[in-house]
Design a protein around this ligand. Sequence first.
Ligand SMILES: O=C(O)CCC(=O)C(=O)O
Ligand SMILES: [Fe+2]
Length: 325
Amino acid sequence: MASEIVDCTPYREQLLALVAELPEVPRADLYGFLQQAKELSERLPEGLAAALDSFNAEGSEAGYLLLRGLPVVEDELPPTPSSTPAPVDRRRTAMEAMLALAGRRLGLHTGYQELRSGTVYHDVYPSPGAHYLSSETSETLLEFHTEMAYHVLQPNYVMLACSRADHERRAETLVGSVRRALPLLSEEVRTRLFDRKLPCCVDVAFRGGEEDPGAIAEVKPLYGNVNDPYLGYDRELLAPEEPEDKEAVAALSQALDDVTESVKLTPGDLLIIDNFRTTHARTPFTPRWDGQDRWLHRVYIRTDRNGQLSGGERAGDVIAFTPRR
Ligand SMILES: O=C(O)CCC(=O)C(=O)O
Ligand SMILES: [Fe+2]
C-alpha cells in the first residue's frame, strides 16, 4: 500500500518543465487544458507516478496521499482571492498546474453545477461572515465531512493544493480514515451501520434556494466491501433518527476522532483525500485580510471506482445534482 507522504523536491526541475508545457490560461479552454495535462501526466517523474498509481489502485491506511515540496512559484502568485469564481483570464499558478497533472493521472476533474457557479477549479480562502458549513470559514472549526456524500456522483478524490498557508501556520486539515477506525468499532456497530441508509441533509449550494429543505438524501455510513468498507460520514448533515442509529453513529464518530491525523498544509503541498474512505475537517485560524491569507486550490476527481463514471465523460465536465436515496 502507498506510503502517505511523497517528497517531490528532487523532481522540481522536471515538474517545472512539464508545467511550462501547459497552456498559460487554464479557464480559456479548460477541456483543452485538462487534455494536455493528461498527455503530460504520462511523463510525470517515475517515483511520483508510481505513488499516484498505487494510491489510486489500493488507497492507503491513512486515506490520503500528501505530495510535498512541489514547485510554488512565489513571484507569479497574485494576492489571495476574495471573491469567486476566478476570472476566466487568470494565469495558471504552479499549484493549479500540479492539480491538473496529478489529477489527470488519477481520473477526471469534475465540476458540480450548483457549486461555485459550476466551476472546476475552486479557490479556498477565508471570507468574512462565511456560512458555518463553508470552506471559506476561518475562525471556527470546519467540522468533519465527506465531500458530497449525499450526491450520487460523489467525487472519488478531493485534491487540495496549497499556494499560501495562514500567517501563523495554525490551520490543520484533519483526516479520519475508515481503515483506521473500523477496528475500533464493535461488531454490533459495524452491522448496524453497514448498508444502512440514514437521513442526510445537503450543503447550502444543493438546497435549491430553500433555507432548510431537511434531510433530502439518504447516506450509508458504511457500505461496499464488508471487510474494507467505504465511509459516508458528515458530522453536521447526517441526521439519524432512531436511537440505535444515533448510538451507532456516535460510536463511529468517536472512532474517527480517535484515529484522526492532521496535516498542516504549507506552500508546495498537494493533499489527495480518498473521499470514499475518509472524512475531513479544518481547524480554526486567524486571517489578516492583507492579500496574503491562506490560499488553497481545490478540484474534485471522479474515477470508475464504485460506478462514479458510466463512460463517455470528459475531464472538465460539469454535472447536475441527484441526491442519493
Ligand atoms: O481548508 C482546508 O484545509 C480544507 C477545507 C475543505 O474541507 C475543503 O476545501 O473541502
Ligand atoms: Fe472539504
